[in-house]
Design a binder for this molecule. Structure first.
Ligand code: PGA
Length: 249
């Protein structure tokens, strides 16, 4: 019922020539895939090139963050209005690396989310707990707070343009993946939460992706779980052959 969404997060990797080579190798590998939405998130400076190369393909291009204003004196930030003006369709928001190293809070992520939706960007909205939060039994509390505060005052009709990526911080870039059962437990909790806040219908149509050391070897068992509707992939997405195997899983 829910179409899978599988997204690559290139983070601060790839030069212009590496990005070109990636696109040239990756696009033909996935050209016949129609049952998965495929998204590539590159560094801001690579986005125009990636949008141009993906034109006419079944791959959409995403920013890794956008600002909460359309324009203004915000040196170093990326405007969703500008991004949208050259064909970008997605942005990631609230990634744990933004929260940890760049002071993002639930409040700033909420502001960015409102601006992205206003300017017609679909959003991959990241949440997840640290290892100490998990070990002290606070996982559900943490993700509930991130969803409630992150989605504050978001119009119900905009929810269809948001996917949540549940990314336990202890699993990001560590090689340690949550087991499919651990991930499913949290995904189920998030879906129930959405059902309580909004409605069962909205919760049932909402895509919840898993992220954190997803690789070709574990993608299938994760995405077979009832409430896992795709993946946000960092390290293993940097190689087009590996990422294509995840898309095909
Ligand atoms: P990883 O990163 O796949 O390298 O763990 C995932 C992410 O940060 O989105």
């Amino acid at each position: 019922m829910r179409k899978l969404l599988i997204a690559a997060n290139f983070k601060m990797y790839k030069t212009i020539s590496e990005a070109k080579e990636y696109m040239n190798r990756f696009l033909p590998l996935v050209k016949n895939v129609s049952d998965v939405d495929i998204v590539l998130a590159g560094q801001a400076i690579l986005l125009p090139l990636m949008v141009e190369l993906a034109d006419g393909s079944n791959v959409e291009i995403s920013a890794q963050n956008i600002h909460w204003e359309d324009e203004g004196a915000y040196t170093g930030e990326l405007s969703s209005k500008t991004a949208k003006s050259f064909g970008l369709t997605y942005t990631i928001l609230g990634h744990s690396e933004r929260r940890e190293y760049f002071g993002e809070t639930d409040e700033t992520v909420n502001k960015r989310l409102k601006n992205a939706l206003k300017n017609g960007l679909k959003t991959i909205f990241c949440i997840g707990e640290t290892l100490s939060e998990r070990e002290s039994g606070k996982t559900f509390e943490k993700v509930e707070k991130q969803v409630k505060e992150g989605f504050k005052d978001i119009a119900v009709e905009d929810l269809k343009n948001i996917s949540i990526a549940y990314e336990p911080i202890w699993a990001i870039g560590t090689g340690v993946t949550a087991t499919p059962e651990q991930a499913q437990e949290v995904h189920e909790y998030i879906r129930k939460l959405l059902s309580t806040i909004y409605s069962k219908e909205i919760a049932d149509s909402f895509r919840i992706l898993y992220g954190g050391s997803v690789k070709p070897e574990n993608a299938k068992e994760l995405m077979e779980k009832a409430d896992i509707d795709g993946a946000l992939v960092g390290g293993a997405s940097l190689d087009p052959e590996k990422f294509h195997k995840i898309v095909l899983h």
